[in-house]
Design a protein around this ligand. Sequence first.
Ligand code: SF4
Length: 345
Amino acid sequence: MSQTQIATRPDWRLEIQRAYTNPELLLTNLGLEPAQFHADCKARALFPMRVPRPFVELMQQGNRDDPLLLQVLPRSQEFDQAEGYTDDPLGEVSDNVLTDEVDGLLHKYRSRVLLILKGGCAVNCRYCFRRHFPYQDIRFNQRQLQQTLDYLSSHPEVNEVILSGGDPLMASDAQLKSIIEQLASVATLKRIRIHSRLPVVIPSRLTRQLKELLVSTRLKPILVIHANHGNELSDTLEQHLDDYNQAGILLLNQSVLLAGINDSSSALSSLSERLFAANVLPYYLHQLDKVTGAAHFEVSDYRAQQIWQEMNQALPGFLVPKLVREVAGEHSKTPIMPPGPVSIT
Ligand code: SF4
């Protein structure tokens, strides 16, 4: 599929400006009655609502339980104080995993560092583990990039940089080009990985310039998108992903297991099949990070393991994502494996 064949949409930056930020307006446009969500809408004060229009277009009119709507609509349950839920569930702020040397650099895995390029996102997911993260303290600039390059030069064990956020694709292609070209000058780096939900909510973010940038660097490019439900994979997104795949960019997906949205083997198996059809491999299925305001999305480990086993029986192994959780202070994701033998197909 050539880029010119991909359906044209407004420029992705314009889509960000046009995003819904008012829950009443979003509900009205979906044929729902805002008065029935009066208590819910107040939760936007806890974490602003932001939903791009291409994502809204994938929601079903009149369906208050739409799995895409439930991920982005403020809910009254966000005011609940649940035991074990905190503002900083991964200890990123309190344990100071941000390196002292460089603002915005997280070195919690031995061979990989996370670079927090941008604080903002195109969409505000209600379950986001960084919904209370002090993004305003992070301003990535050339001085910090130079500090990052110096840090990487003195840590040769790091062979991969993960661009994270917020959403790193909120940076312009010109900014990304400059950053990636300078990172490529560090001889010990082998890979550049981008974690982004932006292509799912605004597929036109997968520009030709970004593709050319990723295939022209000597670093092996990996794009990890974030889709939680098969309905999030629009035809337009599939066309863009096919284009990137044909250019040689490795495409992976990570999901979060969310009550009422994708907590069944049928929903997640369908997602895996849709991803594979779009040349994307399921990578991780995350248990929810226990961030204040998101307890209503929790799925028990027991149920998560059941779902994972059912997926294992229904799908070939390469379509079954690893079931994991992040544990504060751990240097890698912690697998949540069911007890007893597992048959791999
Ligand atoms: S896109 Fe990712 S970082 Fe941004 S709000 Fe959603 S889950 Fe959080």
